[in-house]
Ligand binder design. Structure first.
Ligand SMILES: Cc1cc2nc3c(=O)[nH]c(=O)nc-3n(C[C@H](O)[C@H](O)[C@H](O)COP(=O)(O)OP(=O)(O)OC[C@H]3O[C@@H](n4cnc5c(N)ncnc54)[C@H](O)[C@@H]3O)c2cc1C
Length: 473
């Protein structure tokens, strides 16, 4: 019987294990799967907790419907009906700029304005800024004479500096915890390059996609909300995967130290308790990439070196619950993005109990603040009291919150947010070429070709197919 070891039980490792098991059953190929995880619990950064009736997300709180892979996996697992969309009637986002909250123009599909009237009447952009954004319709696509271009340069070139500073920068900053000037558009937002090439303009491409979405609606197909989650939070997905992993040996609370390759293409996986596991294929679904580097350095220092050179930054999410009756803000919307001209430590706020239903009991509200990221990581490492004090001061400044929360919960993510900096694609190509020298070895996860949950699921699914193919060749 062929043996596979998967190291790491985040969404990447769990999906890969599930898909290998499913495929092996379909083609009647017995495969023994061992899943090794250094933590006692499975799920990686998926971390949903139910505390006093509040549903609290420590890690990811949603997936985007634009990419189909999460939805498809949920359908396969029989939990598609458990998916809920963001509240459409509260589909507003605010930007904190110049000491005030401003409503983002509606119809900013994938950051390109598609409702011209909404953009024209947007009170926090100047006429000059609005006209400059319109030049996207005539500016030619980026010619690839340069190897890479930053998110900031790409966006400013199409829409101008003002809309970048006031809208795009806070949005990119909050999604990727990044400084957009350092981040590769090729690796982080490849779809934008594709749309630009296809339509000559992002606005035109978004208008075409909006027409398509409308047609879908007219044809009776269900229109999906932009952001989605599960009724019981994101961990519903990892927990369901876990339940569906038939005949998998789980080794939890055990860290993999390193790896040995043996003649005949076998691997020996060395654990921290001195024991080892033999396998014919080994999938490193470990994150961050510096953890993967530690494991592979025993077989290839060059590979380890490149893995070490993928940078990470730290962040923290702070959830706060309040009594609704004394809460001074209506929370009509999904939350707030913060421009970097505002010197707050809080970089974004999710209005969790408005964004999705069933997050807070009747009579209470729930919000989640983000601190840290590439701009300034120091707050992440402050003591709880100090961190909460600063967060509360910022919430007062931004939303006028002057009441005490009835519950708070802090989750720290030290050096966990991967940064696809300029030249990332080159690093990934090097890694992929290098890994080919070890047939049966695979590296998956958010460090390489996509940070979002759907990207990780897609990457894990493709790898599972390759593993089965490797065994049947
Ligand atoms: C705070 C936060 C919020 C996010 N929000 C969103 C969001 O709303 N939507 C979205 O699409 N994406 C979001 N993301 C990104 C997305 O969640 C991640 O990219 C994705 O879940 C990563 O999954 P993974 O399986 O690749 O890695 P991980 O979930 O990090 O799993 C890797 C696993 O490897 C294990 N491991 C590491 N080293 C070893 C070792 N030596 N031995 C054994 N095990 C080891 C770790 O313990 C871990 O369990 C967010 C990420 C974070 C951190």
């Amino acid at each position: 019987m062929k043996k596979v070891v998967i190291i790491g039980s985040g969404i990447s490792g769990l999906t890969c294990a599930y898909k290998i098991r499913k495929k092996s059953k379909e083609i009647n190929l017995p495969i023994e799967i061992t899943l090794i995880e250094k933590e006692k619990r499975l799920g990686g950064v998926f971390l949903t907790e139910k505390i006093n009736g509040f549903l609290i997300e420590g890690g990811p709180d949603c997936f985007e419907s634009e990419k189909p892979h999460t939805f498809a996996l949920a359908e396969e697992l029989g939990i598609a009906e458990r998916i809920i969309g963001g509240n459409e009637e509260a589909h507003l986002t605010y930007v904190f700029w110049n000491g005030k909250l401003w409503e983002l123009p509606k119809g900013l599909l994938a950051l390109a304005p598609t409702r011209i009237s909404s953009l024209l009447f947007c009170p926090f952009l100047t006429w000059r800024g609005k006209l400059r954004a319109g030049l996207d319709l005539v500016i030619p696509p980026w010619e690839e004479e340069r190897e890479d271009i930053s998110l900031a340069e790409f966006y400013k070139r199409r829409f101008g500096k003002e809309i970048f500073d006031r809208i795009a920068e806070p949005l990119f900053g909050s999604i990727y915890a990044c400084i957009p000037e350092n981040i590769s558009v090729k690796s982080c937002w490849p779809r934008a390059l594709q749309w630009e090439k296809e339509y000559g303009s992002l606005i035109r491409s978004m208008l075409a996609r909006r027409r398509m979405r409308k047609k879908m609606g007219d044809s009776g197909k269900k229109k999906l909300a932009v952001f989605m989650t599960f009724k019981e939070g994101m961990s519903e997905l990892t927990k369901t995967l876990e339940k569906n992993l038939e005949n998998v040996n789980f080794l939890t609370g055990r860290s993999v130290l390193n790896l040995k390759t043996n003649p005949g293409g076998r691997f020996t996986v060395i654990l921290d308790d001195g024991k080892s596991v033999e396998s014919d294929a080994c999938i490193l679904a470990t994150a961050p990439s510096y953890a993967t580097a530690e494991i592979v350095k025993s077989i290839d220092t060059g590979l380890a070196d490149i893995l070490m050179r993928i940078p990470y930054v730290s962040s923290a999410t702070i959830t706060l619950a309040y009594k609704k009756e004394s809460f001074p803000h209506p929370l009509r919307g999904f939350g707030v993005l913060v421009t970097r001209s505002e010197k707050t430590q809080v970089k974004a706020i999710s209005w969790s109990s408005t964004k999705f239903n069933q997050r807070a009991p009747e009579g209470y509200v729930l919000i989640r603040a983000f601190v840290g990221g590439a701009e300034d990581e120091t707050m992440v490492y402050q003591k709880d009291d100090q961190l909460l004090k600063v967060v509360k001061e910022d919430l007062h400044k931004m939303m006028g919150i002057n009441v005490e929360p009835i519950l708070t919960k802090i989750y720290r993510w030290p050096s966990s947010m991967v940064q696809y900096t300029l030249g990332h694609e080159k690093k990934v190509k090097f890694i992929e070429e290098r890994v080919k020298q070890y047939p049966g070895l695979y590296l998956i996860g958010n460090a390489y070709r996509g940070i979002g949950i759907s990207d990780c699921i897609n990457n894990a699914t493709q790898t599972a197919e390759q593993v089965v193919e490797y065994f049947t060749k």
